[in-house]
Design a protein around this ligand. Structure first.
Ligand code: PBG
Length: 307
């Protein structure tokens, strides 16, 4: 058994801490270890310091992982807990996503004191969202709605909604549940119109490749089915990742031995949307994802990503 506690790195947001605690709880249960066998190390990232601009403007996803990955590489932590959705498709040399917890509900949630669903909102209503994907999907269904930039953590967003600054907001259901806020949800959005972001609802662990003791501990909490879905989705995203300013949705689901990936891209104003679906054997998850990405690229044409 180890003598030193296993150091679990995480951002300091309430959601990140909930995910780190869940991971620690699963490791304790799987290995019969006490809480003090683990140390939760909170790391402040550049992304946490920028609150006033959309992430797509300031450099995208890597902003929330850079300092954590540096801590992994210089061995001041042993593993890092992330929302898969926030992970860049390319990781630094020597690091990998080495475990996935069982995926939760992937859907986006609609939250509003004014209406039961997005379609019931009054004409010209204001919806807060900073996600390009959700913004484009909202505009596609409701071109009359004004979507305003809405960053900050989940609690801040809910407070702005309470104060009447916006009429509604959309958040990942999984994140709300992890925070014990599942009850604030007004309704859940259908994955047809609101195809989730790649990785939504799945907690992943990043660690050093070849760090055998850590990998051995993680094996006991790893969910291969979630990994398979994420491999397909991330391969799809890698092919499409020409720009972090393109609204993209992607979801892989498994039925028996068959994996089906649905993907879509939209113009940011919702004026155009292209959808694609591809199925195949689970064992070919990565290839299915790549092919779906290529096929969607061909479908949308070169000028789509240009502007
Ligand atoms: N970008 C922030 C972020 N990253 C992961 C989640 C939710 C949890 C998840 O999808 O696993 C959220 C908040 C949200 O989109 O509402």
């Amino acid at each position: 058994m180890q003598t030193k506690p296993l150091r679990i790195g995480t951002r300091g947001s309430a959601l990140a801490l909930a995910q780190a605690h869940e991971t620690r709880g699963r490791l304790m249960a799987a290995h019969g270890l006490p809480e003090d066998a683990f140390e939760i190390v909170v790391i402040k990232t550049s992304g946490d310091q920028i609150q006033d601009r959309p992430l797509s403007e300031v450099g995208g996803k890597g902003l929330f992982t850079k300092e954590i990955e540096e801590a992994l590489l210089n061995r001041s932590i042993d593993l890092a807990v992330h929302s898969s959705k926030d992970m860049p498709t390319v990781l630094p040399d020597g690091l990998a996503l080495t475990a996935f917890l069982p995926r939760e509900d992937v859907r986006d949630a609609f939250i509003s004191p004014k209406a039961k669903t997005l379609l019931d909102l009054p004409h010209g209503a204001v919806v807060g969202s900073s996600s390009l994907r959700r913004q484009a999907m909202i505009k596609r269904l409701r071109p009359d709605i004004e979507v305003v930039m809405y960053r900050g953590n989940v609690q801040t967003r809910l407070r702005k909604l309470d104060e009447g600054q916006v009429d509604a907001t959309l958040l990942a259901y999984a994140g709300l549940r992890r925070l014990g806020l599942g009850d604030v949800v007004t309704s859940l959005l259908d994955t047809g119109d609101f195809l989730p972001a790649v990785g939504q609802g799945a907690i992943c662990i990043e660690s050093r490749e070849g760090d055998a003791p850590t990998l051995a501990l993680l094996a006991a909490i790893h969910d291969p089915l979630t990994e398979c879905r994420l491999v397909a989705e991330r391969a799809f995203l890698t092919v499409l990742d020409g720009s972090c300013r393109t609204p993209i949705g992607g979801l892989a689901e498994v039925d028996g031995e068959t994996l089906t990936l649905r993907g879509c891209v939209l113009k940011p104003d919702g004026s155009e949307r292209h959808d694609l679906e591809r199925s195949g054997p689970v064992s070919q998850a990565e290839q299915i994802g790549r092919e779906a990405g290529e096929a969607l690229k061909a479908l949308m044409g070169p000028e789509f990503l240009a502007n």
